[in-house]
Design a protein around this ligand. Structure first.
Ligand code: PEP
Ligand code: MG
Length: 882
C-alpha cells in the first residue's frame, strides 16, 4: 500500500499533488533549514480513499498516523495528552492549489482538563493556558461538532457584560475557567455528549472534519469559480503548536516579501502581539504594520527579514508568509507565492529580473496575462469635485461606483437585476464569497490588509477598502453612519481602492496610465512572442488606442460600424429603402466620401502598418427600426392620425422591414451574400478604400489595403467578390495613375470554408478566422440565444467546461482552424493567416493559434497588452517543450 503520511523532512515542494500546496511548502521549508514547527502531512490520496470508503479513515491510515505522531512526539520531546509535557497540534487542510479560508482548521488540539494544567505549569501563565483551552473548545465544537460559533460568542459576551468588561484582555484566568464550564455545558446541550477529552479521539475527529470540509458549500463554490477540479482532494497537515499568545514577547503575523498592491520591494504585512493563529487573518483586532516589529522585537524582526529574503530567492517569487513568535523565537508557519494586483505583479516581475533573481522568461511567465486588464481600468479623476466621506485601508486598487448593500444575498439579487452594487460589511467571511463576486467592490469596517475581504478582493481584481473604523454599520436597519452623515441601503457611493477613500455619489473617472514596468515587461514580451498581435478597430479613436497599447496593425475593421453612426443613418436608411439599383447607387454615392474619410482617418493613424478592412457583414434590416415596435407605432397611428403623411412613410418603412425580416438572421442574408445580391454596396466600399489609400500615397504614406470578404462558404462566392474588388481597384487606380499593392482575402467562419480551404485559398491572399461565427456555425448555436438560455446550465452541469464564445473550443472549432490553415497552405504556402474573433484576446486560445501556425491574432484594443503577454508566454512554453 502506498505511503499515506509524510513527515515534514520527507517531502519537498514538488510534491504538491500528494501533500497539497501547504504540506509541500512546509516540507520544503523544513528541508532548507527554516524554523518550522515539526509535523506531518496526510496525503490527498488518503482523502480520496476516505471518500471511497464512505467517509472512513481506514485502519492502515490510522496506523500510519499514530506512527507519525510518535515520531513527532520523539522529535519534540512532548507527548499528546501528557500530564507533564503535553504536545499540542494544529490540524489544517491544504489542497493542491491554495483555497484561502475555504476549508477547516483546528488549533490547540490536545487540550483537555489535564493538559491545560500542565500547560499552566510549564508557562507559568494560567490565564494563557485556559484561554487556549477555551479557544480549542470553541473551534473544535464549531468545525468538528458543527455547533454555530454564535452560541459561544454569545456566552463570552454575556460573561464580559456580567463582569463589566469591554474587551477580552480584561478576562482573568478564573473568568476563562468559568467560561470553559459554560462552553462544556453548551456542547452537552447540542450533542448530548461531553466534550471529548481523549486527544487521539480529538485528532481523528479533526482529521475527518478536514476531509469533510473539502465538500462544504463555500469550498465547492470557490472551486467552481476558480476552475479547480473536484478530484484534487485535500491533504491534512498536523503540526506541533507554537503559541503567539503567551505574553508580549510573542505574537503572530502575516507578511509579504514585497508590497502586493504596488510591488514595492519592502516587507509588507501586519502582526499582532500576544495573539494566536487566525486573529490576524480573521480581522477581528486591527493589527500593527510589520515595520513596527523592528522597534518592539528587533531580534525577531531581523530573523524574519533573513527568512523572507531566503524564501524569496528559494522560491524565485514574492512570498506570502505566516509566522508566529513564541517567547522571542520566530517560527515560520507557512509560505506561498503571494497573491498580488496586476500592477504589483508587473513591477515585481521586472524588478526581480533586473536584480538577476529570475530570468526575463520567468518574469514573463510570472504575470497572469488576464490580470493585465486590471491595469487598463478606470480610476477616479482626482481633479473632480468630491467630498471624501471617510477613509480606510486601501486594500485592493481600482475605483467603483454602485448602490450600497449590506449583505451578500442582496448583492447577488441586485446584481442579477443588472444593478451595480458595493458590498458594505463589518467584515467578510468565506460565506460571503458569492456576494463579493456579485459586487463591484467591497468595504469593511474591521480588519486589515490581510483580512478575508482584502485577500479575496485582490485575487478577483476588485477594489476593496478595509478597516474603515469610522464607519458605524447597522446591518439590521441597513444603513451606515459616518459622523453626521447617514448612507442608506441603495444609496450610491464611489470607492477608491488606491487611496481607501469613500465618496458619496458618483465621481468622474479617468483612463489609466501605464507604468515603466508595464512597458518594460511588454517590450520583453514583444522580443519573445512568435505570433503578431493586431487589434480590431473601426475608427480613429480605437486605432489610436490600439497603437498606444502595442498593436502591430488592424486585423479587423468592421465597416458596418461606420454605417451605424448617427450622422449617416438617414442616407443608409434611404439606401436600404431604395426600390431600384439606380436609386441605391445615388445613395451610395453620398456614402462614398463619408466612408473614404473614415478610412483616411484610420490609415493616417496606422501609417504603413497593415489594416484589414472587412466589407459589410450584417443583414440590412439591422440598420432599420425594430419590426414589432414599428408595427405597434403604425397600428396606433392608423387610429390617431389615419391621414397623415408620416403614417404613409412609416407604412412604407414597415413594408420594407417586413420584406427584409428573416427567420434566422445569423444564417440569413448577410456577409458576402449581401455583396452578391447588391454588388453596388461592396463596389462603393472598395472604391472608398482605394480612394483613401490614394490620398495617403499622395501624402507619402504607403498603405497596402487588405480587403476582406466575410462569411464565405463556397469558393465561387469569393471568386465573384474578388473580381468585383479587383475591377473596382484597377479602375480607381488607373484613373489616378497610381500603382499600389493590395491583397484580397476572406474570413473563414463557416465550417464548409475550412473544409474546402484549398479551393478557397485559390481565390484568397489571406485567411482570417472569424471564430465568433465559426463557433456559432460549428456548434449550431446562435450566441445570443445560447448565452441567454442554456449555456449557463451547460457550464454548471459540466456539459461544456468553458464558454466556447470566450475560450476557443480547441477540439471542434480548433480542428476546423487547423484544417483551414493546413489545406490553405497546401496550395499556397505563403498564405497569411490570422484570427479576429474574440478568442484572439484570450490567453489559451492565443496559445492554440501559435501552435496552429497562424501569423497573427487580432483582438479589441484593450486586450492587446494581454495578448502580447499571452503570446510571449505560449512561445516560451513551446520552446521549453521542444
Ligand atoms: C467573427 O465572426 O469571428 C468575426 C470576427 O466577425 P463578427 O463578430 O463581426 O461576426
Ligand atoms: Mg463573423
Amino acid at each position: 500500500m502506498a505511503k499515506q503520511v509524510y513527515m515534514f523532512d520527507e517531502g519537498h515542494k514538488d510534491m504538491k499533488n500528494q501533500l497539497g500546496g501547504k504540506g509541500a511548502n512546509l516540507a520544503e521549508m523544513t528541508q532548507i533549514g527554516l524554523p518550522v514547527p515539526y509535523g506531518f502531512t496526510i496525503t490527498t490520496d488518503a482523502c480520496h480513499s476516505y471518500y471511497q470508503d464512505g467517509k472512513l479513515v481506514n485502519t492502515a491510515l490510522k496506523d500510519e498516523i499514530i506512527q507519525a505522531l510518535h515520531q513527532l512526539e520523539a522529535a519534540t520531546n512532548k507527548k499528546l495528552g501528557d500530564k507533564e509535557t503535553p504536545l499540542f497540534v494544529s490540524v489544517r487542510s491544504g489542497s493542491v492549489v491554495s483555497m484561502p479560508g475555504m476549508m477547516d482548521t483546528v488549533l490547540n488540539l490536545g487540550m483537555n482538563d489535564l493538559t491545560v494544567e500542565a500547560q499552566k505549569k510549564l508557562t507559568g501563565n494560567g490565564r494563557f493556558a485556559y484561554d487556549s483551552y477555551r479557544r480549542f473548545i470553541q473551534m473544535f465544537s464549531n468545525v468538528v461538532l458543527g455547533i454555530d460559533l454564535y452560541f459561544f460568542e454569545n456566552r463570552l459576551d454575556q460573561l464580559k457584560e456580567a463582569k463589566g468588561y469591554i474587551s477580552d484582555p480584561e478576562m482573568t484566568e478564573e473568568d476563562w475557567i468559568e467560561l470553559i464550564l459554560s462552553y462544556k455545558d453548551l456542547v452537552v446541550k447540542h450533542t448530548n455528549q461531553p466534550f471529548p477529552q481523549d486527544p487521539i479521539e480529538q485528532l481523528m475527529f479533526a482529521i475527518h472534519a478536514v476531509f469533510d470540509s473539502w465538500n462544504n458549500q463555500r469550498a465547492i463554490i470557490y472551486r467552481q469559480l476558480n476552475r479547480i477540479p473536484d478530484s484534487y482532494g485535500t491533504a491534512v497537515n498536523i503540526q506541533s503548536m507554537v503559541f503567539g499568545n503567551t505574553g508580549n514577547d510573542s505574537g503572530t503575523g502575516v507578511a509579504f516579501t514585497r508590497n502586493p498592491s504596488t510591488g514595492e520591494n519592502l516587507l509588507y504585512g501586519e502582526f499582532l502581539l500576544n495573539a494566536q493563529g487566525e486573529d490576524v487573518v480573521a480581522g477581528i483586532r486591527t493589527p500593527q504594520p510589520i515595520a513596527q516589529l523592528e522597534q518592539i522585537l528587533p531580534d525577531v524582526y531581523q530573523q524574519f527579514v533573513n527568512a523572507s529574503l531566503l524564501l524569496e530567492k528559494h522560491y524565485r517569487d514574492m512570498q506570502d508568509i505566516e509566522f508566529t513568535v513564541e517567547q522571542g523565537k520566530l517560527y515560520i508557519l507557512q509560505t506561498r507565492n503571494g497573491k498580488r494586483t496586476a500592477a504589483s505583479a508587473v513591477r515585481i516581475a521586472v524588478e526581480m529580473a533586473e536584480a538577476g533573481i529570475i530570468s526575463k522568461e520567468e518574469a514573463l511567465l510570472s504575470v497572469e496575462a488576464e490580470q493585465l486588464n486590471q491595469l487598463l481600468h478606470r480610476r477616479i479623476d482626482n481633479k473632480a469635485d468630491m467630498i471624501i466621506l471617510t477613509k480606510g485601508l486601501p486594500a485592493s486598487p481600482g475605483a467603483a461606483t454602485g448602490k450600497v448593500v449590506f449583505n451578500s444575498d442582496e448583492a447577488q439579487a441586485y446584481h442579477d437585476k443588472g444593478e451595480k452594487v458595493i458590498l458594505v460589511r463589518p467584515e467578510t467571511t468565506p460565506d460571503d464569497i458569492q456576494g463579493i463576486i456579485a459586487a463591484e467592490a467591497v468595504v469593511t469596517s474591521r480588519g486589515g490588509m490581510t483580512s478575508h475581504a482584502a485577500v479575496v478582493a485582490r485575487g478577483m481584481g476588485k477594489p476593496c477598502i478595509c478597516g474603515v473604523e469610522s464607519l458605524k454599520i447597522d446591518t439590521q436597519s441597513k444603513r451606515f453612519v459616518v459622523r453626521e452623515t447617514t448612507v442608506n441601503h441603495l444609496d450610491i457611493i464611489t470607492i477608491d481602492g488606491d487611496t481607501g477613500s469613500i465618496i458619496v455619489g458618483e465621481v468622474p473617472m479617468i483612463e489609466p496610465k501605464n507604468s515603466s514596468h508595464f512597458h518594460q515587461l511588454l517590450a520583453w514580451a514583444d522580443q519573445e512572442k512568435g505570433i503578431d498581435v493586431r487589434a480590431n478597430a473601426d475608427n480613429k479613436e480605437d486605432s489610436l488606442k490600439a497603437l498606444e497599447l502595442g498593436a502591430e496593425g488592424i486585423g479587423l475593421c468592421r465597416t458596418e460600424h461606420m454605417f451605424m453612426q448617427a450622422d449617416r443613418q438617414k442616407v443608409v436608411k434611404e439606401m436600404i429603402l431604395s426600390s431600384s439599383t439606380q436609386e441605391r447607387k445615388i445613395c451610395l454615392a453620398q456614402l462614398l466620401p463619408i466612408q473614404q474619410g473614415d478610412f483616411e482617418e484610420i490609415f493616417e493613424v496606422m501609417q504603413d502598418l497593415p489594416v484589414t478592412i472587412r466589407l459589410l457583414d450584417p443583414p440590412l434590416h439591422e440598420f432599420l427600426p425594430d419590426k414589432e415596435e414599428l408595427l405597434i407605432e403604425v397600428t396606433a397611428m392608423r387610429i390617431t392620425e389615419p391621414d397623415s403623411t408620416l403614417l404613409k412613410e412609416k407604412e412604407l418603412l414597415l413594408k420594407k422591414v417586413q420584406e427584409l425580416s428573416e427567420m434566422n438572421p445569423m444564417l440569413g442574408h448577410r456577409g458576402c451574400r449581401l455583396g452578391l445580391i447588391h454588388p453596388e454596396i461592396y463596389a462603393m466600399q472598395a472604391e472608398a478604400i482605394f480612394l483613401a489609400a490614394i490620398t495617403m500615397h499622395q501624402k507619402g504614406i504607403h498603405v497596402k489595403p487588405e480587403i476582406m470578404i466575410p462569411l464565405v462558404g463556397h469558393s465561387n462566392e469569393l471568386k465573384i467578390m474578388r473580381k468585383l474588388v479587383i475591377d473596382t481597384a484597377e479602375a480607381v487606380l488607373a484613373k489616378a495613375s497610381i500603382n499600389m499593392e493590395y491583397t484580397i482575402g476572406t474570413m473563414i467562419e463557416i465550417p464548409r470554408a475550412a473544409l474546402t480551404a484549398e479551393q478557397i485559398a485559390a481565390e484568397a491572399d489571406f485567411f482570417s478566422f472569424g471564430t465568433n461565427d465559426l463557433t456559432q456555425t460549428t456548434f449550431g448555436y446562435s450566441r445570443d440565444d445560447a448565452e441567454g438560455k442554456f449555456l449557463q446550465t451547460y457550464l454548471e452541469q459540466n456539459i461544456l467546461t468553458e464558454n466556447p464564445f470566450r475560450v476557443l473550443d480547441k477540439e471542434g472549432v480548433g480542428q476546423l482552424v487547423e484544417i483551414g490553415v493546413n489545406k490553405g497552405r497546401s496550395v499556397k504556402p505563403e498564405l497569411k493567416t490570422g484570427i479576429c474573433g474574440e478568442h484572439g484576446g484570450e490567453a489559451s486560445s492565443i496559445a492554440f493559434c501559435l501552435h496552429a501556425g497562424l501569423d497573427y491574432v487580432s483582438c479589441s484594443p484593450f486586450r492587446v497588452p494581454l495578448a502580447r503577454l499571452a503570446a510571449a508566454q505560449a512561445t516560451i512554453r513551446r520552446q521549453a517543450i521542444t
